[in-house]
Design a protein around this ligand. Sequence first.
Ligand code: PMP
Length: 336
Amino acid sequence: MPDRALPDSLALIGNTPLVGLAGPSEAAGCDIYGKCEFANPGGSVKDRAALSIVRDAEARGALKPGGTVVEGTAGNTGIGMALVANALGYRTIIVMPDNQSREKMQTLRALGAELRTVPPTKFADPSHFVHTSRRLAKKTPGAIWANQFDNTANRQAHIDGTAPELWDQLDGRIDGFTCAAGTGGTLAGVGLGLKARDADCTIALTDPHGAALYNYFACGELSSEGSSVAEGIGQGRITGNLEGAPVDTQFRVSDEDGLYWVGRLLSEEGLCLGLSSGINVAGAVALGRYLIAQGRAHPRVATILCDSGMRYLSTLYDADWLRAKGLPVFDWLERA
Ligand code: PMP
């Protein structure tokens, strides 16, 4: 194998680039960096969790050749899982709430995953996509339930991969890290990995409206106000992956503030991102200002650019959809 060739498609997962974000850095008065997780082969941060969950199940002997992986997902984990499973000879069954973007559903079908959709419900409802996927795994011969919310092989991918990559890319100086939580695997895994290298690195939760973690970390109560249209983030419980997450402080970000950064990063910096990335960047700006107020000189803050905006052409980048949700429409869409 030549030195500069990778052995297979799985080796494309992780080792993503880190990019300086000029507008957010200027707004915060410090250096803000985004980890380009949209550069993973499945187009999102969730490829890392999918590969880690499959490798862990194989190592435990739970997943055998020709087996099936069943998962409940907002979409991105399913896309990563379908690619990983194809590469390793497994079948994939995905259960997804039917209010997620059309692009993600089309992609899952195109990749060969078997897709089942369920109406969006509260977690306590037995028809919730997570419970539906668990039951389906139980009755499918040779299947495992990936269980990304409570299976800590998810956050292990970030302890072993994302955190040391960030540390190396920033030459061992990182003052703060923040991101929003879906499963919480990224926040907890990167948080644990960075704290192990520097206990003074500040880890912050960025929570969208409608999620319960802001109040949990601020005052110990799982409660929420408002709502968000962001896909893949916004958690209402302490998942297995969030247990013991080293969160020092927390910020709450509105969809409008997330969209503001999605718009600026696209029009000024040529980065086309989904809304969870915009919300993360708004959180990173808040964390930068917080660290400066705490007396840190020229802090370096990193966050996650979770997936590409091209996964949301029918929602975030559609003027009618934005108007129907009462959200501001990007200037260039108004002109189109
Ligand atoms: N952003 C997007 C677009 C996602 O799909 C997800 C995963 N659900 C996240 C952020 C959050 O990642 P995690 O599950 O590691 O908290």
